[in-house]
Ligand binder design. Structure first.
Ligand SMILES: [Zn+2]
Length: 152
């Protein structure tokens, strides 16, 4: 019932109304969380260094939405992006929108994970919805470890 993340790259005509997922309850009072920009830039830098291609994070950043609803299907009710009867740590839509469940620390959240899907898309590799790109997902862990060491 709890999945790491969901990707959508399809866009139904007429479906886009401000947000790709208007049914997701976002906390609009959270514009950014502490160290979000630093972690985003760190992740982009590490990806670009590893892959030799720009992800245009400064000129074309995805919009990040923070979600602090709890998963109603689990007894311990973790914060989760809830959509269509499922709970996710995060969701990335076409590298334009990222939905992330608020966690105790930023490095525990799915922000870097969802950014990685975006980076992979922009690098022309594949968004890797199946999470088969072991190198990319190891890099996510390394970036989050580094962020954790920085107290993010
Ligand atoms: Zn994912």
């Amino acid at each position: 019932m709890f999945q790491r993340c969901i990707l959508c790259a399809t866009l139904l005509a007429g479906c886009y109304d401000g947000r790709a997922y208007p049914d997701i309850e976002v906390n609009t009072s959270i514009f950014k969380v502490l160290h979000q920009d630093q972690l985003t830039l760190l992740a982009a830098d590490r990806f670009e260094t590893a892959n030799g291609s720009s992800v245009a994070i400064v000129t074309n950043p995805p919009k990040v939405y923070w979600v602090d609803t709890t998963c109603p299907y689990l007894d311990d009710a973790p914060t989760a992006v809830v959509i269509e009867g499922r709970c996710y740590f995060g969701l990335m839509y076409d590298c334009g929108e990222i939905y992330v469940a608020v966690k105790t620390t930023l490095s525990d959240s799915a922000l870097v994970h969802e950014l990685m899907h975006c980076f992979l898309m922009r690098a022309g590799i594949t968004a890797d919805a199946a999470h088969n790109n072991i190198i990319a997902w190891q890099l996510v862990h390394a970036i989050n470890d580094e962020a954790n060491e920085r107290g993010w």
